[in-house]
Write a protein that binds this ligand. Structure first.
Ligand code: UD1
Ligand code: CA
Length: 461
């Protein structure tokens, strides 16, 4: 079984932050998660994450999903892998030719195909180590690949240790390598910190392997983007921008319409149906799926929602909810978690829905709060209606039956249940259950004092 070790111990000093660098996000997901999912999608789930700086944060994020080891002091990438030796040794007796992939937690775009193809080359050539490389127009900051006259590799030299001549080399180390696990353990024992940075470089394993008569090779990726990493916030910004464009391009290819890309951020897990139009300022997060022929945006955030076909959402926020076909939402609507807006409903403007079901073809069109409620079908909820779901201590539910007509400025004091076909007069405060087809009207006698204004003005004179 193949293993992976992900290096995530570094602080990322140049990020100017107090969280571990691999937890910085690209399109809403930590870079570490991108690396983990590339491993998983390449069929590697025996993963060890090396933690160091702010290790607790990393542990908390992983929530026990994978093995972690602590690198108490950051003495370099080689030193980081040394901490994982017990993990590497596990099961080695049964699988003496097993291989381990080592990756950096700050280079999110490594992809499953590159991982699998490089493993094939690694095995075919019987390599002790195979490094994944690419040519970069601007290789500054990366380790450079040293080639022999025959085209093989002889080692890797870090930017800081490189001569002028070596710095001109454009082929760089991605920071991802396949090692024959048994060889890796042996090689780790031989690296030293004899270099400009006084660090134990993992990259030194290559020259050492060759000096021992083992074979080392390189797998050169055609696509240099897969090796892009983030050492500072500018890099991180570039990674986000790159990923953002890639995702939008994928949706364009699938028949989604974008007039422009301004302010549009779509997480890579989001699905969008053909013929849907995404307008500026739309942010689609975590696991959202959107059906066909919708118009989403402008200025709309949808997070963790399932949205049906032919839905319109304008200037809305929706979280962890279901929005069925042909619903029209907005402008200025907030759909809070655990809500379901059924087919053909119309919500907005200035409406908040929380933990509620809105029935088919129901309209809640202006200035309304519906919380912890079940609203039936073809209900008309008048402007200014409020479900009074919280008494300061506990939350309770309201129920409104099908075909009801809730007059403007009705307050429903929960818990309360309205049957079907119920009317409430404008301004009514409903404090008890109403049977089917009832009218509730709660009004003091209207007093009219004629000539009041004139009298008031006269006394003042
Ligand atoms: C490293 C490589 C370089 C390569 C580049 C690709 C070495 C010596 N250099 O350089 O050849 O081109 O990656 O991005 O390996 N880390 C630890 N513990 C440490 C040091 C680092 O866990 O003590 C982790 C970091 O969190 C990071 C990864 O290892 O995820 C790479 O470390 P970083 O300091 O960014 O290495 P580079 O200088 O970029
Ligand atoms: Ca780096």
């Amino acid at each position: 079984m193949n293993k992976a070790v992900i290096l995530a111990g570094g602080q990322g000093k140049r990020m100017n932050a107090d969280i571990p660098k691999p937890l910085f996000t690209v399109l809403g997901e930590p870079m570490l998660e991108w690396v983990i999912s590339a491993c998983e999608n390449a069929g590697i789930s025996d993963i060890c994450v090396v933690k160091g700086y702010q290790a607790e944060m990393l542990e908390e994020y992983l929530g026990g999903r994978y093995t972690t080891v602590l690198q108490a002091e950051r003495l370099g990438t080689g030193h980081a892998v040394m901490q994982a030796i017990p993990f590497l040794e596990e099961g080695l007796g049964d699988d003496p030719d097993g291989n381990t992939l080592v990756l950096c937690g700050d280079a999110p775009f490594i992809d499953p195909d590159t991982i699998s193809e490089s493993l094939m080359l690694h095995k075919q050539n019987g390599n002790a180590v195979t490094v994944i490389t690419a040519d970069l127009p601007n290789p500054k900051g990366y380790g450079r690949i040293l080639r022999t006259s025959g085209g093989g590799i002889s080692g890797i030299v870090e930017q800081k240790d490189a001569t002028e001549e070596q710095r001109a080399i454009r082929e760089v180390n991605s920071g991802t390598y396949w090692f024959r696990t048994a060889d890796l353990i042996g090689l780790l024992g031989k690296i030293t910190d004899n270099n400009v940075q006084k660090e134990y470089y993992l990259t030194d394993t290559i020259a050492i392997a060759i000096s021992e008569g083992k074979t080392a090779g390189a797998f050169k990726s055609e696509n240099a983007d897969i090796i892009r990493g983030a050492n500072n916030r500018r890099d991180l910004f570039e990674l986000n921008e790159y990923a953002r464009r890639e995702v939008i391009n994928k949706h364009l290819d699938n028949g989604v319409e974008f007039v422009c890309m301004d302010g549009i951020i779509i997480d890579r897990s989001v699905e969008i149906g053909q013929g849907t139009q995404i307008l500026p300022g739309t942010i689609l997060r975590h696991g959202t799926s959107i059906g066909k022929n919708c118009v989403i945006g402008p200025n709309t955030t949808i997070d963790g929602c399932v949205v049906g076909n032919s839905v319109e959402m304008n200037t809305a926020q929706a979280y962890d909810s279901v929005i069925e076909d042909n619903v029209v939402i907005g402008p200025y609507v907030h759909i809070r978690p655990e809500s379901r807006v059924k087919k053909g409903a119309r919500i907005g403007d200035f409406v908040e829905i929380k933990n509620s079901v809105i029935g088919e073809d129901t309209a809640a069109a202006h200035l309304i709060y519906i919380g912890d409620s079940d609203v039936g079908r073809k209900v008309n909820v008048g402007a200014g209606t409020v479900t009074v779901n919280f008494n300061g201590i506990a939350k309770s539910r309201c129920e409104i039956g099908d075909y009801s007509f809730i007059g403007s400025n009705t307050s429903l004091i929960a818990p309360v249940r309205l049957g079907k076909g119920v009317y409430t007069a404008a301004g009514t405060t409903v404090t008890r259950d109403l049977p089917d087809y009832a009218l509730a009207i709660d009004r003091g006698e209207l007093k009219v004092k004629e000539g009041y204004t004139l009298r008031k003005l006269n006394t003042k004179k």
